[in-house]
Design a protein around this ligand. Structure first.
Ligand code: SF4
Length: 388
């Protein structure tokens, strides 16, 4: 759409798009998934990057791509392998959906990643943001993206004071994101090259310049590096002259995310049982948080902390052995602050019919544990090997 026909707050979209593209050409980080336009590799990176920082994701992405380099490999991998490759990233529904989507691509598309936005969006675990990111980065389609980083940038650039979760405001933000990526594609073909440093993309990506890809990545990059949640670096910002929040000195108050949910404390008690050189673990069932991952038997404690011997008897229905304090692990999941208190017990007789299995200590590292129970496993192995 010509600039003079744009609604008032969209009139600066062409200048923003042009400045972002020029900045991205200078400042883009050299990330491993930026060296490829393989939609599978880009998809894996986008799923891993949800809720997780770039520096954490890099080694996970590299391990995953080495172990499962194709869609077919991801579709056929055993559940234990995909969970182990994801161990520590959290939000394990992501990896199960990723595999379901890989299987759907094999069945419905012959193993070839679909290019049509609607077909990408129809895959398990892929929402509007991820479909937009894959279609723009891998196929250079002008599909918009809107995640936390982009919301922050846009609410500041356009001084949008309403809560971005409100339906009308969210729709407006998608419109702005759409306009920006479309402006990038429509910008003058005689502009100087906007390709980032040469090593970022393979040669075939340089012509024609993938401006939809660069624009969306520049929004993500600006939100990650410059327009940060606290103390944005406005003096280094390539779109400062177009930024309404900077002009109005309101950068710290935007975006308006409303009241934060208060966190809730929860306490659990866990038991690490050893017997005849083996350790007892159980697998979390389908349909619960961290499904399929391994853990030590545990129970939530409500009210005053009970005697661990009574808890042990209640869990296993056997006379408790001597229980030694092993470790206290504190961690947070979503809005819960969790304290996990673990005890160690050496059993002379194994309780029968326990749901779980006994494994050798050296098998523990092959299995995927929840983050808190991985710390318990490490503490347990150390304690057992030191003969405590
Ligand atoms: S000027 Fe500041 S607030 Fe505005 S987009 Fe740039 S970094 Fe963000």
């Amino acid at each position: 759409m010509p600039v003079d026909k744009l609604p008032r707050d969209l009139k600066k979209a062409p200048a923003i798009a042009s400045n972002l593209l020029a900045w991205f050409a200078r400042a883009a980080r050299d990330l491993p998934w930026r060296r490829t336009r393989d939609p599978y590799a880009i998809w894996v990176s986008e799923i891993m990057l949800q809720q997780t920082q770039v520096k954490t994701v890099i080694p996970y992405w590299e391990r995953w791509m080495q172990a499962l380099p194709t869609i077919e490999a991801a579709a056929a991998a055993p559940a234990d392998q995909i969970h182990k490759l994801w161990e520590g990233l959290g939000y394990y529904t992501r990896v199960r959906n990723l595999q379901k989507a890989a299987q759907a691509i094999v069945v419905q598309h012959g193993g070839r990643f679909p290019e049509a936005f609607d077909e990408v969006l129809a895959l398990p675990g892929i929402g509007r943001y991820t479909a937009g990111a894959i279609c723009s980065i891998a196929f250079n389609q002008p599909t918009p993206i809107l995640d936390g980083n982009v919301i922050r940038v846009l609410t500041r650039l356009f001084a949008i004071a309403e809560n971005p979760k409100d339906k009308t405001t969210n729709t407006h933000l998608w419109t702005l994101a759409t306009q920006l990526v479309q402006q990038a594609v429509a910008s003058s073909p005689r502009a100087p090259s906007l390709a980032p440093r040469a090593q970022i993309l393979p040669p075939k990506a340089q012509s024609p310049e993938p401006r939809a890809s660069f624009l969306n990545q520049s929004l993500m990059e600006l939100g990650a590096l410059i327009c940060t949640p606290r103390q944005p670096q406005c003096l280094l910002c390539p779109v400062q002259s177009e930024c309404a929040a900077f002009r109005q000195q309101r950068t710290e108050e935007l975006p308006n995310l409303g009241e934060r949910a208060t966190s809730t404390a929860r306490a659990f008690m866990a038991f690490v049982m050893t017997s005849r050189g083996e350790i007892f673990i159980r697998q979390r069932p389908a349909g619960v948080v961290n499904a399929h991952l391994w853990e030590f038997p545990n129970v939530e404690i409500t009210g005053p902390t009970p005697d661990p011997s009574l808890v042990f008897r209640g869990l296993f229905d056997v006379k408790p052995p001597a229980l030694k304090p092993l470790s206290i692990v504190k961690h947070s999941i979503t809005r819960y602050r969790i304290t996990l208190t673990a005890y160690q017990a050496t059993l002379s007789r194994r309780p029968s019919n326990l749901p779980g299995k006994w494994v050798k200590l050296d098998r523990l590292q092959e299995l995927a544990f929840t983050a808190a129970h991985k710390r318990l496993a490490t503490a347990a192995v150390k304690s057992i090997l030191s003969g405590r």
